[in-house]
Design a protein around this ligand. Sequence first.
Ligand SMILES: [Zn+2]
Length: 296
Amino acid sequence: MTFNPNADISGGAARSGGGARTGIALGGGGGLALTIIIIIVSQVFGINLSDDTSGTSTTSDSGSAIANCDTGAQANADTVCRMKGASAAIDAYWAIEAPKLGITNYATPGFTLFSGSTSTSCGTASADTGPFYCPPDKTIFLDVGFFDQLRTEFGATAGPLAQLYVVAHEWGHSVQDDAGIFQTYPNTGATGAGSVSVRTELQADCYAGAWVGAAATTTDENGVTFLEPVTKAQVADALNAAASIGDDRIQKDSGDSVNSESWTHGSSAQRERWFTNGYQGGPKACDTFSVSTGNL
Ligand SMILES: [Zn+2]
């Protein structure tokens, strides 16, 4: 999946506050937590993709590099610019689609890239946390080193579309936040194949798929499409990323037996299935809360 070189990605994301909840990560926390990463953090900085300088994140040399991400061509060439392009494209998509789902209060989440670690209202984020959405901050936090981790630890290819899937999944959590899903279906910490946690994560996967399915038709303010049409190989790459962080796969790779009782994000097959449901059917196909556990 590549950006239209002429797409305008210079728009920034607005920030807003509210809510109270712990962070929601992309992959099974257990698997990620098993990884002991020893890092000497020489630099702690946040790169906020927002143009809103009143945000809490600090800027840096890399931060000003973000400000210079203006075109799809730059998004194709550089991971950080790709993140900014993703936020512009995903935000444009949800601004249109959220009201169709009855979500009238859709708000652009904050999106903070960081290196090393950064503090959030959901706790300290570091490389071994994985990307997550923090509801009290209404912000997605992502260490760009996570994409290397996807490749080296989870065996995903983590190509460009897989990277966009990661962002779109977290964005899906912000849409859920706006929709009041976290109040309607509170996460009590229960785990298992039909748990609220798994249903919440699979819906975020479905929302990511829905965006990917429509990405090549979502346009910037000049009417230029953000992305080139997606190829089958690219979709396979995103599915590969989704599958690589399925709870069963993580358990297997960690040397544990597969035990659905402790799942928090769903199996590889479930994550692929719900991504595909969204890809084919759009956000309306993403009601993971009303299907029986057996049909998840
Ligand atoms: Zn998630």
